[in-house]
Design a protein around this ligand. Structure first.
Ligand code: ERG
Length: 452
C-alpha cells in the first residue's frame, strides 16, 4: 500500500521530461516593452511614506506610479535568471565545487534588485504564473496560495535539478528604512551528471531593505547571513552579505566560506552580489577573496554577453578554466548579466521576457496566469490611470470572492500545491502536485477552457 505514494514522490521530485511544456513558447523571448520610457511622475518617496511608519507593505496604499509592472510572483521567478549555475553545479564531480555553484546561484538573484525601488503588484489569491525556457531546458511554476500573509509556492524543474520553496515576505517600514524579510526555506535537489546520490540543499534568503528614503536617494540593499547546506554530504557554505556602509566602495560586498562535513574550511568566497563572485581553494584556512588583478585570471574576461541576451547566465564562467589555472588563485564563479540602460522601470532584460503574450502561447496558459492581468499589462504600457482602476477592480472582486467563501464557511484551497512535511529537514513546505502541466497538455493547442 505504500508503493503508490512512493511513486508519486518520485514523479514530483525525480528527473522528468519537461519538453511537452515547451509548447506555446515557439516564438522565443521578448526583448523589449511596447514603450521606450516610463515617464512616471517623480514623487518623493518620503513625502508619501512619512505617514506610514510601522506599516507593512500589504497595508500601504501607494499611488500606482510607485509600482513596477511585475508582481511578487515575477520577482520570485527572477531567481531563474542564473539557472545555468545549477546545470554547471550538476556537472561538477566534486560535491564541494557543486556547493560553490549552488551558493553562487543562491546569491545571484540579488543583482536584479539594483535600481528597482518600486512596488511589485500583489498577486491575487490563486493567481498562477508559468515560465518555460526551451532554450535553457527548465520550467517554472508559481501559485499564490495565501493572501494574508502573502505566500507564493514555487516549483522549478529541469532534468538535472528541482528547485522549490515558498516566497513569503514580512515587510515593515521603520521610518529610516523599509525592510523585507523573506521567511520561507528554499529547497534544491541536484542530480549530479556523474551519477551517485541526489544532493539535497536548503537555504533562506537574506533581508532586503530600502535605505536612503529620507535623504531622497532610495536604494535597495541586501544584507545578512546565508547558509547553504548540502544535507546529503553535510557540507555547508556560509555567505555574509555586508550591509552597505557609508562609502560607495563598501556597497554590495559579500564574503564566505565552504566547509566540509568535519567543519574544515575548503574554499573561501568573496566579491559583490552586484557584479562578480569569486572563490579560492583555501584548504584548512579562510582567506579574503578579492577580484584578481586584470588579465591575471584565466577564467575571467570571458564571453560576457554584451548583447544583453535575456537569461544567458553567468557570462564567461568556465569552471574547467578555473581548474586548469593556479589552484591558489581566485576564480570566477558568477558574473552578473549586463544591465542595458533605458529599459522602462529599470527592469532587467530577463524580467522583460516574463509578461510576453502572443497567439502561440495564449491557448496554453491557465486563465489564472499573470500575463492576463490587465492592470499589470496597462502598467507596462504606460497606461497608469487604467492600471490603477483595473487594479482596484480586481482587488474588489477578490474581496467579494473572499466574503462569499466565508459565507459558505469554506477556505481557499490551492489548486496546484498542498502542504507537506520534508522528511529531511522536518520543515513544512508546499508540495507541487504536478497536475498543472498535465492539465495544460489537455487544454491543447486550441486552449479548451473547460479543462481549467
Ligand atoms: C528580494 C529577493 C527575494 C524576493 C523579493 C521579494 C520582494 C522584494 C525583494 C525581493 C526586493 C525589494 C522589494 C521587495 C518587495 C518590495 C521591495 C521589491 C525581490 C521594494 C524595493 C520596495 C518598495 C516599497 C516602496 C516603493 C515604498 C514598497 O527572493
Amino acid at each position: 500500500p505504500t508503493a503508490p505514494q512512493e511513486e508519486k514522490q518520485l514523479a514530483v521530485t525525480g528527473a522528468c521530461d519537461i519538453s511537452s511544456s515547451f509548447k506555446g513558447y515557439e516564438n522565443g523571448i521578448r526583448t523589449r516593452l511596447k514603450m521606450d520610457a516610463d515617464n512616471r511622475p517623480k514623487i518623493s518617496l518620503w513625502s508619501i511614506l512619512k505617514s506610514m511608519v510601522g506599516k507593512d507593505m500589504t497595508k500601504m496604499t501607494l499611488p500606482v506610479s510607485f509600482n513596477e509592472p511585475t508582481s511578487l510572483l515575477y520577482r520570485c521567478c527572477e531567481d531563474m535568471e542564473y539557472a545555468d549555475l545549477l546545470d554547471l553545479a550538476a556537472d561538477r564531480a566534486d560535491s564541494l565545487e557543486r556547493l560553490l555553484y549552488v551558493a553562487a546561484f543562491a546569491a545571484s538573484e540579488y543583482a536584479s534588485t539594483i535600481g528597482r525601488v518600486a512596488k511589485p503588484f500583489n498577486p491575487l489569491l490563486g493567481e498562477t504564473f508559468e515560465y518555460v525556457r526551451p532554450d535553457k531546458n527548465y520550467r517554472f511554476f508559481i501559485e499564490q496560495v495565501s493572501h494574508h500573509p502573502p505566500i507564493g509556492a514555487a516549483w522549478a524543474e529541469s532534468p538535472k535539478w528541482t528547485y522549490y520553496g515558498e516566497s513569503a515576505v514580512k515587510s515593515k517600514f521603520y521610518g529610516r528604512s523599509f525592510d523585507i524579510n523573506p521567511l520561507g526555506t528554499w529547497f534544491l535537489r541536484l542530480r549530479p551528471t556523474h551519477g551517485g546520490k541526489e544532493d539535497f540543499y536548503t537555504w533562506k534568503k537574506v533581508t532586503s531593505s530600502v535605505v536612503g528614503i529620507i535623504t531622497g536617494n532610495p536604494v535597495v540593499d541586501n544584507y545578512g547571513p546565508m547558509e547553504i547546506k548540502n544535507w546529503t554530504t553535510g557540507e555547508v557554505c556560509h555567505i555574509e552579505f555586508k550591509p552597505r556602509g557609508w562609502k560607495a566602495s563598501s556597497a554590495y560586498l559579500l564574503s564566505g566560506k565552504v566547509v566540509d562535513a568535519n567543519g574544515r574550511v575548503r574554499f573561501s568566497i568573496g566579491g559583490r552580489w552586484s557584479s562578480k563572485i569569486y572563490a579560492r581553494y583555501t584548504p584548512g584556512y579562510e582567506a579574503t577573496v578579492v577580484e584578481p588583478p586584470a588579465g591575471n585570471n584565466s577564467s575571467d574576461g570571458g564571453s560576457s554577453t554584451a548583447d544583453g541576451d535575456a537569461g544567458s547566465a553567468n557570462g564567461g564562467v568556465d569552471p574547467t578554466a578555473a581548474a586548469a589555472s593556479d589552484p591558489n588563485k581566485a576564480f570566477l564563479i558568477w558574473q552578473a548579466n549586463p544591465r542595458p540602460q533605458g529599459i522602462p522601470f529599470n527592469l532587467t532584460p530577463f524580467v522583460v521576457t516574463f509578461n510576453h503574450l502572443d497567439d502561440a502561447l495564449r491557448p496554453w496558459l491557465a486563465p489564472t496566469d499573470s500575463r492576463f492581468r490587465p492592470d499589470q499589462r496597462a502598467m507596462e504600457e504606460g497606461e497608469y490611470d487604467f492600471a490603477a482602476s483595473e487594479k482596484n477592480r480586481l482587488e474588489e472582486a477578490q474581496r467579494a470572492r473572499r466574503r462569499a467563501r466565508e459565507a459558505r464557511g469554506e477556505q481557499f484551497v490551492p489548486a496546484w500545491f498542498r502542504k507537506a512535511r520534508c522528511e529531511i529537514t522536518g520543515e513544512t513546505y508546499w508540495q507541487f502536485n504536478g497536475e498543472y502541466w498535465k492539465r495544460r497538455e489537455r487544454a491543447g493547442p486550441n486552449g479548451d477552457p473547460s479543462v481549467w
